[in-house]
Design a protein. Structure first.
Length: 148
């Protein structure tokens, strides 16, 4: 008698197989199909969750790049002013690749690191937009409104 399972079946002295040993090929195929179905149902939401985490990390890094202007001015000992409109990427070290910052009002940073009030928007490479504010005197950045 030829074994019909994924593992060889032990047999009794008369040649009949012992019951309950091993799995048949059909049982293994059914289990694999169920696992594939469960993975197909869960994978899209998992990918969306990872993309959401990545975007949140990049938004935080962009806010930190703006907030770091005060520290950089204090270390250099010189004042900086960012005019209203798009901010050059080299003016914000640590800005994630593909992200842009646009200020609605000029941002003045004193040589001692104190900032004036300002507001603006950040845009991601995937057309995501998040408004933010910069609060005096410590260059505290904060998200405002809902991101798109």
């Amino acid at each position: 008698m030829t074994p019909t399972s994924a593992t060889c079946r032990a047999s009794k002295p008369d040649g009949s197989p012992l019951p309950g040993r091993g799995f048949t090929l059909l049982e293994l195929v059914v289990v694999l199909a169920l696992l594939a179905l469960a993975t197909a149902l869960v994978a899209p939401s998992g990918f969306r969750m990872i993309a959401s985490w990545r975007r949140a990390t990049e938004v935080d890094a962009t806010l930190q790049a703006v907030a770091a202007l005060g520290t950089a001015a204090a270390q250099d000992g010189r004042a900086r002013t960012l005019e209203a409109g798009p901010v050059a990427a080299d003016a914000l070290p640590g800005l994630p690749e593909g992200w842009q910052v646009e200020l609605d009002a000029p941002l003045a940073v004193q040589a001692n690191g104190a900032c004036g009030d300002s507001r603006g928007r950040m845009r991601g490479p995937d057309s995501y937009e998040q408004p933010f504010t910069v609060s005096a005197p410590f260059c505290r950045t904060q998200r405002t409104g809902a991101g798109q």
